[in-house]
Design a protein. Structure first.
Ligand SMILES: Nc1ncnc2c1ncn2[C@@H]1O[C@H](COP(=O)(O)OP(=O)(O)O)[C@@H](O)[C@H]1O
Ligand SMILES: [Mg+2]
Length: 373
């Protein structure tokens, strides 16, 4: 076989942002919020939010309904004015800007929504080109740009279709293409996958991640679902009653959540105790030596997961079994999440607890069932 020197691969249509670019630009935040307050009557919707987002970063903002997420997004695009505090987008203070002075800043921001907000009287490509029409771009140019974007989101064949003829996932792809048409620096997503089924959600999140990598676009993604944050964000801020209660890398927050609200939001993304066991579960009674004890087990990081696995195989001889769960991956780090069943013997339970805790695992006694499981 002869070895040839190959020319560089054909450049993709949209040049990827290199890691070096991402890092060097990382110094100046695209978004900076300092102590932002917004009150509706007696409700403090935003109660002192400070936040900074770097160029090219995907920040997930998660919280329950009513936490203040949409108010935060509306403040970022100038639809809502804070009572106090600073909001800087690419260095421009927008909290006090006039409506007219806001326009050029708004053009730097693309938005996608839960219900897509497409115009049904217009074709797909006209919807995508609309922000460019508003910006005064000539028809041929804006339609050419719309077709490039439809290509990027995998919908080239739907350019002339009516949005009503599309599936939910396809509609959101059109929404994303439209949000990108004016080449924004920042993409804001407010529950953009909340109306979609899990598989479509995954494909939309993969598309957002792809766009983030290809275009170096900064993304703020608002959701009430931890799995959404985990699939696409680099960093997460947990918001509750208008305050950020916890913030960190996906790995930090998922592997060792600090706030109660974070733990509770994380429950949905953790394996659940199988119904066949949950239905029979009795509260843990100290000193009970009958039946089978059920414990939840969590371990994070390669070293801990490996040590826990070794321990579990040794404990098999004592009747300690994993009844549900397994190894998952968060930001390329392994985590173990599951449930153990073992003879409900206090001495054994505390030995298992000590052994696994020494290997970095977290255990919680959930109760016991009368029979073996
Ligand atoms: N325009 C408004 N008028 C009165 N109350 C509002 C308004 N917008 C939001 N709120 C209140 O502010 C709080 C935060 O709302 P919101 O930002 O929509 O939360 P989320 O998007 O996290 O569900 C809620 O208690 C909501 O009822
Ligand atoms: Mg909302």
């Amino acid at each position: 076989m002869t070895l040839h020197t190959h020319p560089p691969e054909t450049a993709p249509q949209i040049s990827p942002t290199t890691r070096a670019e991402k890092q060097s630009a990382g110094d100046a935040p695209v978004i900076e919020l300092v102590d932002v307050h917004r009150r509706f009557g007696t409700v403090p919707a935003l109660d002192g939010i400070s936040l900074s987002v770097r160029k090219g970063e995907v920040l997930g903002i998660i919280g329950r309904s009513g936490a203040g997420k949409s108010t935060l997004i509306r403040c970022l695009n100038g639809l809502e004015r804070p009572d106090s505090g600073a909001i800087r987008i690419e260095g421009t203070e927008i909290a006090t800007l006039s409506e007219q002075a806001l326009q050029p800043v708004r053009r730097r921001i693309g938005m996608i929504f839960q219900h897509f907000n497409l115009l049904s009287a217009k074709t797909v490509e006209e919807n995508v080109a609309l922000p460019l029409k508003i910006a005064g771009v000539a028809k041929a140019e804006r339609l050419a740009r719309a077709r490039d974007l439809l290509d990027l989101v995998g919908l080239s064949d739907k350019a002339r279709a009516n949005p009503a003829a599309l599936s939910g996932g396809q509609k959101q792809r059109v929404g994303i293409a439209r949000a990108l048409s004016a080449e924004p620096a920042l993409l804001l997503s407010d529950e953009a996958t909340s109306a979609l089924d899990p598989e479509t959600t995954r494909s939309i999140l993969a598309l957002l991640r792809d766009i983030n990598r290809k275009l170096g676009l900064t993304i703020i993604l608002i959701t009430h679902e931890m799995d959404v944050v985990r699939a696409v964000a680099d960093r997460v801020a947990v918001i509750d009653a208008g305050r950020i209660v916890e913030e960190g890398s996906i790995w930090q927050v998922f592997s060792s959540p600090q706030a109660q609200i974070t733990r509770s939001l994380l429950k949905s993304s953790r394996p659940q105790l199988p119904n066949s066991i949950a239905a029979r579960l009795l509260p843990a009674t100290t000193g009970s030596t009958a039946g089978t004890a059920i414990l939840s087990l969590d371990a994070a990081g390669a070293d801990s997961v490996k040590a826990v696995q070794a321990s579990l195989s040794a404990l098999l001889a004592d009747g300690v079994r994993v009844v549900h769960g397994g190894i998952d991956e968060i930001q390329s780090n392994p985590v173990f999440r599951g449930f153990l069943a073992l003879p409900s013997n206090p001495a054994l339970i505390s030995r298992v607890r000590d052994d696994l805790t020494a290997r970095g695992a977290q255990l919680e006694a959930l109760g016991h069932v009368a029979d073996p499981v």
